[in-house]
Design a protein. Structure first.
Lengths: 274, 248, 289
């Protein structure tokens, strides 16, 4: 068979690129055009970047040259870390506790009245749509600067997400155990207690641990808007341009988060195995 | 004659010795079968020939090149001359058959455009010719994962042929296939050996198949060569030793 | 005899379980007490704050009158009055959206390249593997807003600082996620490419990428959702977008504008979430036909 015969036999294979994979070409083109658009829209210029890099150099340098190390206010840093951990802890516990009834109320198994369930779910969506930092700002207005506002922000933001997760877990739980209970005539409350809850308790605890991990990260940044904790210490030092202390605090934060990560993973594995 | 010379080849994995001093000369243009129990070191030996596994000691020589020493571009060139097919075909399931075959040409003839998934007209014609030898051209635009095991292995052979290889290494090519497809694949390997003169080195776990298709058999047991000769020279005693039980 | 052994074994198991349950509760209670002390929470500052919260909420809620709902921006009680600044908000929302989009595109591209170096099965050597992994962890671990503060200082107030902050964080986060996907995928096609003489780039493009692409795209879409949320608040530190305006109206107590902007943000976030969820279902679905 000659080459030409082969080509005629398989038109699709030898058709031009734009016919063979149009989606790939369109997407690549769109992305390319968008990048050009963004450069104009955001006024991105190389000179800005170079100026920025030049400004970065002294900052980076002062981050790693630590002067007067011993005169730094370690006390405030320690208190900041403890506050942050306390904020994350209390916020997680409070959210976990309240999310259980809320989550059940938002689940198909428990809340049979569609309208109420819809309302509760939209309420939870609303809470989740507002970023935790915005909640922190609002609570700072009401409860003043300090970690109390932070705890409340974590509590509210987490309740939104945790309740949704719990309600989905309840929705997906095995119906058979529940049916078994219902058919043997137990009351609604007992059904929940003995049928639904034992299945989902390990998930509850595991999720709470995961959230504690994530909340300790959030708690760090809440301080930047005044809600206490190590974030406040960090932003104050950055505003005062104590870059070396700021860098030190960042490292402490990274270590703290890494330790909590390890601990949380360890505990969650234990729960799965028990 | 360009034999593949294996001298005193050894491979040690942490505490286990997989290959313990193998000396072989593989003849050009013949089908050589390597037989033995699983764990006897067949796969390790084969993969040292194209250096997917690095030997701990010993040399492999082909055509005055010391295979065990080469690096970088030279190593890639060797690998392109020494095609391999695998027990589990190792195709990219989500890509279509034609692209899977075209991938075989990358070692031999690589261009920057290939990185964007673009292959030249010549290579596509090449690929279709190779697929045609195995009567698989109608499947060219199908995802290779949708083909049967036997068909996938033959696509793999077509891919190997794109490399225009001198040697075909086959690592238990029919172990995942049913008898009918096994016969088809072995027949196809026989075909390319006889028609193209490609040296075939094939790991097989079935003694019966090995005896039927191979010009020469090498028996491995616990990393050492215990038999090297023609299939009809294989006695019942040696079979027992190889497999620790009677002839299959 | 066996029954006795079984029974005592059971009892010790039950005792062990009870021990764990009680210690868990004890730890939680101790934690609560300690934390409350550290933060100085007590019933008084909690109870004092609640009425203030109620006041604040009622202040930021719009004073809409049903009779005037659809009248012009000059009429109090109309929606138009509440949203008199809507053109400005929309402009800022557009900026916010683009910040997130650009950061996601650039961040995922960088993440893709770096992820090949940060996955055990595809990294050229262990030094590169270790270094790139640590770099990715750094970008992922430092909160975006901290980067944003730094870049506002260096580049000035405006969206550019936010874009770069989000790009770095996206690179770190997606880079790590991508490398985990690579490590969990099938090495066989990569082996086949190596065995046919392909170079490292071919191994990645033809051996690895086809397997992992749907997963990667899914993570990128998720990341876009997260970045939209982030870009709404990076403005708090001057990094552009609607966050800057929100910070302003909260601090100057332009009460009704606060609720106006928050509502807009919620609507934006929810619509992007829905759209992205829809894309994710359909792209993964198409790929799996």
């Amino acid at each position: 068979m000659t080459n030409q015969e082969i080509i005629t036999l398989h038109p699709k294979i030898f058709s031009p690129l734009w016919k063979r994979s149009p989606i790939k070409i369109i997407v690549s083109l769109l992305i390319f055009l968008y990048l050009i658009f963004s450069i104009k829209y955001f006024n991105i210029s190389i000179t800005d970047f170079i100026n920025g890099l030049n400004k970065m150099k002294p900052i980076l340098l002062s981050m790693i040259t630590w002067n007067d190390f011993l005169s730094w206010n370690f006390n405030s840093i320690l208190v900041g870390i403890l506050q942050t951990l306390a904020m994350a802890f209390l916020g997680t516990i409070a959210a976990s506790v309240i999310s259980i009834p809320l989550g059940l109320l938002a689940s198909r198994q428990v809340m049979k009245i569609n309208l109420f369930r819809f309302i509760i779910r939209r309420f939870l969506d609303f809470i989740r749509g507002v970023d935790i930092l915005i909640w922190a700002l609002i609570f700072v207005r009401a409860f003043g600067l300090g970690p109390l506002s932070g705890v409340l922000a974590i509590f509210v933001a987490d309740t939104g997400t945790l309740s949704k997760l719990y309600s989905e877990a309840a929705d997906n739980s095995d119906n058979k155990q529940i049916e078994g209970l219902v058919s043997s005539g137990s009351s609604k409350l007992s059904t929940i207690r003995f049928g639904l809850i034992p299945q989902v308790i390990p998930i509850f605890i595991s999720q709470s641990l995961y959230f504690f991990e994530s909340n300790s990260r959030s708690a760090v940044i809440l301080g930047i808007v005044g809600a206490g904790g190590i974030g406040l210490q960090l932003s104050e030092r950055m505003k005062a341009q104590y870059w070396d202390q700021a860098f030190f605090i960042i490292i402490i934060i990274l270590i703290m988060v890494a330790l909590i990560d390890r601990l949380s993973r360890f505990l969650r594995e234990k729960i799965i195995n028990d | 004659m360009k034999p593949l010379r294996i001298r005193n080849l050894k491979k040690k994995f942490k505490d286990t010795v997989a290959i313990n001093g193998v000396n072989l000369e593989i003849e050009e243009g013949k089908i050589t079968g390597i037989i033995g129990r699983s764990g006897s070191g067949k796969s390790t030996l084969l993969r040292m020939i194209n250096r997917l596994i690095e030997p701990t000691e010993g040399t492999i020589e082909f055509n005055d090149i010391i295979i065990t020493d080469i690096k970088g571009k030279a190593l890639r060139k060797w690998r392109s001359e020494c095609a391999m097919i695998f027990q589990q075909f190792n195709l990219v399931d989500r890509l279509d058959v034609l692209t899977n075959v075209l991938i075989g040409s990358l070692g031999r003839n690589y261009s920057f455009l290939n990185l964007f998934g673009y292959f030249s007209k010549e290579e596509k014609i090449n690929a279709l010719r190779n697929l045609n030898r195995f009567e698989l051209t109608e499947k060219s635009l199908q995802r290779s994962g949708t083909l049967s095991g036997g068909q996938q292995q033959r696509v793999a052979i077509a891919r190997a042929l794109m490399q225009k290889p001198k040697i075909l290494l086959a690592d238990e090519p029919i172990s995942s296939l049913d008898p009918k497809n096994s016969k088809r694949v072995m027949d196809d390997m026989l075909k390319i050996n006889r028609e193209d003169g490609i040296t075939v080195i094939c790991n097989l776990h079935s003694l019966e198949v090995a005896k039927k298709y191979c010009d020469r058999l090498i028996g491995l047991s616990e990393g050492e060569v215990v038999f090297d000769g023609k299939p009809n020279e294989l006695t019942a005693d040696i079979s027992k030793k190889l497999y620790d039980l009677d002839d299959e | 005899m066996n029954e006795i052994i079984l029974n005592s074994h059971n009892k010790s198991l039950i005792r062990k379980k009870r021990f764990w349950n009680i210690s868990l509760i004890a730890i939680i209670l101790i934690g609560i007490i300690l934390s409350s002390i550290i933060i100085d929470i007590n019933s008084s500052n909690l109870l004092n704050g609640i009425p203030r919260l109620g006041d604040y909420v009622s202040q930021i809620l719009p004073s809409l009158e049903s009779s005037n709902l659809f009248l012009s921006p000059k009429d109090q009680g109309s929606i138009a009055y509440w949203y008199f600044n809507l053109p400005k908000y929309l402009k800022l929302l557009f900026e916010t959206f683009n910040m997130a989009l650009l950061a996601t595109i650039v961040g995922s591209t960088l993440a893709l390249f770096l992820s090949f170096l940060a996955a055990k099965n595809t990294s050229p050597n262990s030094l590169v593997f270790f270094t790139i992994r640590r770099i990715l962890e750094f970008f992922r671990g430092v909160p975006e807003i901290i980067f944003a503060i730094l870049f506002v200082w260096v580049l000035g107030i405006g969206p550019l600082a936010g874009i770069i902050a989000m790009t770095l964080h996206t690179t770190g986060s997606l880079g790590k996620l991508f490398s985990e996907v690579h490590e969990n995928s099938n090495n066989k096609p990569i082996d086949a490419l190596k065995a046919s003489g392909g170079n490292w780039l071919s191994e990645m493009k033809f051996g690895l990428l086809p397997q992992v692409l749907p997963n990667l795209i899914s993570y990128v879409l998720l990341r876009f959702e997260i970045n939209i949320r982030a870009s709404t608040i990076l403005g708090f530190v001057g990094a552009g977008g609607i966050g800057q305006e929100l910070y302003l109206v909260i601090n100057f107590n332009y009460y009704e504008e606060v609720s106006a902007i928050i509502l807009l943000i919620i609507l934006t976030v929810i619509s992007i979430d829905l759209f992205s969820g829809y894309l994710r279902k359909n792209i993964i679905g198409v790929e799996n036909d």
